[in-house]
Design a protein. Structure first.
Length: 198
């Protein structure tokens, strides 16, 4: 009987070891495969993967003041009124735009169009965000007014109920005072007639 238990224990250990090895290969195997494949490919053909160095004879980058001076002048004028779009344009003015390929007039014209389109799209996007924010604020304000008026109605009801209760308390207090006076008067008459009390 003990022999059967030791055999099952050995089998269990071997199964666990096999499971651990398979798990480790499953996790680390793909990474090792690609690393060895790259190293073999690099050692096999160095000339095929290397490329000639890139040459770019580009002039120094232009700032936004040079690319769109009228837009920047307009932004300066509007920035005194604290227009957020104008402030954005002034912030963009400090960025540089690469002027690589300025020798090609078609490309230059297309790049200027794209720049203006991007600026106009940014302005439209900011306008739509501002409209959405305004719409959200209006909805929130209307909801706050509705809830405020509801609370005001409830407060008016509470005030009216409090006033009613106060009037009823005053009336009850006046009746109680009258009853005490009457009770004292009757008690006095009863004592005069010979009643001794309790």
């Amino acid at each position: 009987m003990s022999r059967g238990r030791s055999d099952s224990g050995v089998w269990l250990r071997w199964c666990l070891v096999l499971f651990a090895v398979v798990s480790a290969l499953g996790v680390c195997g793909p990474a090792l495969y690609w690393r060895f494949k790259k190293s073999i490919a690099l050692h096999g053909s160095n000339s095929k993967l290397s490329c000639p160095p890139c040459l770019c004879d580009c002039p120094p980058p232009l700032s936004l003041f040079q690319v769109a001076p009228a837009m920047v002048d307009l932004a300066v004028v509007f920035s005194h009124g604290y227009c957020s779009a104008a402030m954005q344009i002034l912030r963009l003015a400090n960025l540089s735009v690469s002027d690589c390929g300025s020798n090609d007039p078609d490309l230059k014209e297309e790049m200027e169009k794209q720049f203006v389109d991007l600026l106009s799209e940014e302005l439209k996007l900011q306008e739509s965000v501002a409209e959405a924010h305004t719409r959200h604020m209006n909805i929130t304000l209307a909801e706050a007014k509705r809830v405020g008026s509801q609370y005001q109605r409830e407060a008016d009801k509470c005030i009216a109920a409090t006033e009613t209760c106060e009037q009823a308390r005053e009336q009850a207090e006046a009746k109680l005072t009258r009853e005490r006076k009457m009770t004292l008067m009757w008690e006095k008459r009863a004592r005069q007639m010979g009643w001794e009390g309790e």
